[in-house]
Design a protein around this ligand. Structure first.
Ligand code: ADP
Ligand code: ZN
Length: 718
C-alpha cells in the first residue's frame, strides 16, 4: 500500500469540526499545505474545502487511518487561501458564536468557486495560445507571416489584459492632495500619533469638516509605503460621490466591492488585489476579500447600523470585524463619524481607542438653524395642510424662490403605511407577519397592499375584508408626501428616493446626480436622503412626522433618532450659506429635539445615553447575545423557547442575566413565530468562556430536541 498523508479540511458548512482526508503524495507535484483547496466528499456531496492542517497524522491514528477517505482531487486552479484569511474566519466564528465554515462560505460564496475556475481556465487557454504563437513566430520563414503572428499574439495579450486593466502602482507618482487646514492638520498628526502606538483612532468630526480629506491622505501615505487600503462604507449605493472623489486621486488602484455584485465581479476584485497595490472601497463583505499587505482600514460612518449582518450567519458587525482584520495585519485603523456610536465612545473612555475631534467645518458654514414645529398645536389653529405645516410650506416657498433646494425626510415608504376600515376599525394585516399592510399606488393602477417584512403583495380593492366598509389611509408615507408636495408646490420639480423608487441602483444614482446638478428642487425620501451626500444647493432639510423615529421599546431608539437627525442636518448648508433644519413632531419637548436644538450639547447627550446604559447594565457595559427561535407552530415556539430559557438560566447561573423568552415587536414574519431570549454578560475575564457556555447549552438543547435548525444566535444584535 502506498503511504498516505493526512490533512484536515475546513468545509463551507455549519460544522463544528474539520474532517480529515488522505492523499497519496506521489499523485501531486508537491505536498498540500495550509490554504490549498481540495475537492472532498462529505455526506454524499462534493465540496471545495481549505486545508487547515497539513500534517494530521496524529489525528488520523486516533481515528484509525483506514477509516479516512481520500480527497477527490485538488482544486489547483483556485487561488490558495492565506493564513490571514483563515485566522480571521476563526476569530469571527469565535466572537459571533458560529463556525469557521460558515465564515468561509460567506467569504467564498457558493458558485464563486466555479466562476473562479472559469477565469482560471480562460487564463490557461490564453497562455497556451500565446505559447503556440511563440512557436509559430520562431518557426516562421517569411517575414510577413511572422509579422502576422506577432500581431495576433499582441491582440491575444491585449484581450487578456482587458481583464486586468489598471495595473499601475502609485509608486513614485506624485498625487496632489489639497492642503489641509490647521484644524485638519492637527487631527491628522494626532491620528498618526495614535497609529504609532497601535491603537484604533475614532475621528469625530461634524459633516463637512474634511474627514474624507483626511482618510484620502492617510490612504495615500499607506499606498506610498507599498501597503494596501480597505475603505469601508455602510452602503455602496450611497457612496457614488465618494467613489468619484477617491478615483480622482487613485485612478489605477481603486476597486469597488459590495455584497450585491456578481460573482464574476468579486472574483475580478479578488484577482486584482492579489497582484496590485490597491484601495478597496466596499461594504462589510469586502472585509473577506483575500487581503494582503493591508496597511490601513477606514470605517466611514462607523455608527451606521447597516454594518451589521442580520442573517445568515456569520451575523457579524463590519466595524468590529474590521478591527479584527486590522489586528491580524497589524494595520492602522480609523473609525469616523459625525455622530459616533456609543460603543466606540465607550471604547475611547476605556482607553481602547483614541478620540480625535475635528469640530470646524471646512467652508466655515455655521450650524444650520433648527425649528421644531408642534404639529398638534398647529392642527388646533388650522396651521396644517395635510402632512405639511403652513410654517414649513412658507419656508419651502422661500427657498424655492431663491433657487435653493429642499430635502424632506419621512421614515415610511408607501402611500399610506396603515389602512383602516371606516366602519369597523379593522386594519388589514399580512397573514404571514404580524404587521399592518401598507398601500402602494402605481400610476393608473389600482394599487397594492404590501408587507414590508416579507414582501407579500395583495391587490387593493379599497374594501374592508371584514365588513365590506371603506378603507381609508392612516398617515402618509413618502409617496403621499410626494403627491401633497406636487399640489403645494406646482412649479417645483420633485423626486422621491426610497427603496421603492430606487428599485435599481442605477435609477437611484440618477436621482442623486440630478439633485446634485440642481435639476430637482425637492427631494423626498426615507433615511436614504440623510446619507453622506454633498449637495451644495441644499439649504433646507425637513422631517415630517419625526415621531416615528422616537423610542418604541428599543432602548437605543432615541440615540439612533438623534444620530439620524444630526446626519440629516449635516446635509444642508454645507457651504457658506446658513441652512435651516425643520422638524415636525407632536412631541416637541422630547430630549432628542432639545439636543438637536443645541439646548444640550451633543457630547452631553451621548454621556446621558451612556449613563442610562450603565444604569441598566446594557451594552456597551455588558455584552448581549440574542437567542432567536423561529417556528411555524406557535405553541411549539412558545414551549421550546420556555424550556431553552430555563436551561440557559440554569446553566449560565450568575455568569449572565437571562431575559425572556419574550416576543419581539413584530413576532411573526414570513409565517414563522419568533421568540427571543436575551443573555446579558458582564464584560469581564469570564466573557469568552461564558459565551461558549451559552453556545454549548444551545447546541446540546438543539441536538437533544432535534431543534437546531430553529435556533440562531446573534451576538451584539442591533
Ligand atoms: P466630511 O467627510 O467630514 O463630511 P469632506 O471631506 O467631505 O468632509 O469635506 C467637505 C467639503 O470640503 C468637501 O467638498 C471637501 O472637498 C472640502 N474640503 C475639506 N477639506 C478641504 C481642504 N483641506 N482643501 C480643500 N477642500 C477641502
Ligand atoms: Zn408579511
Amino acid at each position: 500500500m502506498r503511504a498516505s498523508r493526512f490533512i484536515q479540511v475546513l468545509l463551507p458548512l455549519r460544522l463544528k469540526w474539520e474532517p480529515l482526508y488522505s492523499y497519496a503524495p506521489d499523485s501531486l507535484p508537491s505536498p498540500l499545505t495550509i490554504g490549498d483547496r481540495v475537492r472532498v466528499e462529505f455526506g454524499g456531496k462534493e465540496y471545495v474545502g481549505v486545508v487547515t492542517v497539513e500534517d494530521a497524522s496524529e489525528g488520523a491514528d486516533r481515528i484509525g487511518r483506514e477509516k479516512i477517505k481520500p480527497i477527490r482531487g485538488t482544486a489547483e486552479r483556485l487561488e490558495k487561501v492565506s493564513r490571514e484569511e483563515i485566522g480571521l474566519w476563526r476569530q469571527v466564528a469565535e466572537y459571533y458564536l458560529c463556525t469557521p465554515g460558515e465564515v468561509y462560505k460567506a467569504a467564498y460564496p457558493a458558485g464563486k468557486v466555479e466562476e473562479e475556475e472559469v477565469k482560471a481556465r480562460v487564463r490557461e487557454r490564453i497562455s497556451k495560445r500565446v505559447a503556440r504563437l511563440d512557436e509559430k513566430i520562431a518557426k516562421a520563414r517569411r517575414e510577413d507571416t511572422k509579422a502576422r503572428y506577432i500581431e495576433e499574439r499582441e491582440r491575444v495579450l491585449r484581450l487578456a489584459q482587458n481583464d486586468n486593466r489598471n495595473r499601475h502602482g502609485i509608486g513614485g507618482e506624485e498625487v496632489t492632495l489639497p492642503e489641509l487646514t490647521d484644524a485638519q492638520s492637527k487631527a491628522y498628526s494626532r491620528i498618526k500619533e495614535v497609529f504609532s502606538v497601535g491603537k484604533p483612532a475614532l475621528l469625530n468630526g461634524v459633516t463637512g469638516s474634511g474627514k474624507t480629506e483626511i482618510y484620502i491622505r492617510l490612504a495615500a501615505d499607506t499606498l506610498a509605503k507599498g501597503n494596501n487600503v480597505l475603505y469601508l462604507v455602510p452602503e455602496i449605493a450611497l457612496s457614488r460621490q465618494l467613489e468619484e472623489r477617491i478615483r480622482a486621486v487613485f485612478p489605477d488602484n481603486l476597486k469597488v466591492s459590495h455584497s450585491g455584485e456578481s460573482l464574476a465581479k468579486r472574483t475580478e476584485v479578488a484577482g486584482f488585489i492579489r497582484e496590485s497595490p490597491y484601495i478597496v472601497l466596499g461594504t462589510r463583505s469586502a472585509i473577506f476579500l483575500p487581503h494582503r499587505n493591508l496597511g490601513l482600514v477606514i470605517v466611514d460612518e462607523e455608527n451606521d447600523q447597516s454594518y451589521k449582518q442580520d442573517t445568515p450567519a456569520p451575523r457579524y458587525n463590519g466595524r468590529e470585524t474590521a478591527i479584527m482584520l486590522a489586528g491580524i495585519f497589524k494595520a492602522d485603523i480609523i473609525l469616523g463619524s459625525a455622530t459616533p456610536s456609543l460603543e466606540s465612545l465607550y471604547n475611547c473612555q476605556a482607553g481602547r481607542f483614541a478620540l480625535v475631534e475635528l469640530s470646524e467645518r471646512y467652508f466655515h458654514a455655521a450650524d444650520s438653524d433648527v425649528e421644531v414645529i408642534d404639529t398638534i398645536a398647529e392642527r388646533r389653529k388650522n396651521g396644517m395642510v395635510g402632512s405639511f405645516s403652513r410654517k414649513l410650506i412658507g419656508h419651502i416657498k422661500e427657498r424655492l424662490a431663491k433657487g435653493e433646494q429642499v430635502a424632506i425626510l419621512r421614515e415610511r415608504r408607501s402611500y399610506a403605511p396603515v389602512l383602516q376600515c371606516e366602519e369597523c376599525g379593522a386594519i388589514p394585516k399580512c397573514p404571514r407577519c404580524d404587521v399592518a399592510l401598507s398601500l402602494h399606488l402605481k400610476e393608473g393602477l389600482p394599487g397594492k397592499l404590501v408587507c414590508h417584512y416579507c414582501g407579500k403583495v395583495k391587490e387593493y380593492s379599497g374594501i374592508c375584508p371584514e365588513c365590506g366598509g371603506r378603507l381609508v389611509p392612516v398617515g402618509a408615507g413618502t409617496q403621499r408626501i410626494e403627491e401633497e408636495a406636487a399640489e403645494l408646490f406646482p412649479g417645483a420639480s420633485i423626486a422621491r428616493l426610497d427603496s421603492d423608487s430606487a428599485g435599481s441602483g442605477r435609477h437611484e444614482a440618477g436621482i442623486i446626480r440630478k439633485f446634485a446638478a440642481g435639476e430637482i428642487d425637492i427631494l423626498i425620501g426615507t433615511r436614504m436622503v440623510a446619507k453622506g451626500f454633498d449637495f451644495s444647493g441644499l439649504s433646507l432639510v425637513a422631517v415630517i412626522s419625526s415621531d416615528s423615529l422616537l423610542g418604541q421599546g428599543d432602548y437605543r431608539a432615541d440615540e439612533r433618532a438623534l444620530q439620524l437627525l444630526e446626519q440629516f442636518r449635516g446635509r444642508c448648508g454645507r457651504r457658506s450659506e446658513k441652512g435651516l433644519f425643520v422638524i415636525q413632531t407632536s412631541r416637541p419637548d422630547h430630549p432628542v429635539y432639545k439636543s438637536v436644538k443645541g439646548e444640550m450639547d451633543p457630547g452631553r447627550a451621548s454621556e446621558t445615553f451612556l449613563a442610562e446604559r450603565k444604569a441598566f447594565g446594557y451594552p456597551p457595559y455588558s455584552r448581549v447575545v440574542n437567542v432567536i427561535l423561529k417556528d411555524r407552530d406557535r405553541a411549539r415556539a412558545e414551549a421550546m423557547s420556555r424550556s431553552l430559557g430555563a436551561e440557559l438560566t440554569y446553566s449560565l447561573g450568575n455568569r449572565a442575566k437571562v431575559i425572556g423568552p419574550y416576543s419581539p415587536e413584530v413576532d411573526k414574519v414570513g409565517g414563522e413565530y419568533i421568540r427571543l431570549i436575551r443573555a446579558l454578560f458582564p464584560k469581564d475575564a469570564s466573557l469568552k468562556s461564558s459565551k461558549r457556555a451559552l453556545l454549548e447549552t444551545v447546541e446540546k438543547f438543539g441536538g437533544e430536541r432535534r431543534y437546531s435548525g430553529h435556533i440562531a444566535l446573534d451576538v451584539d444584535p442591533v
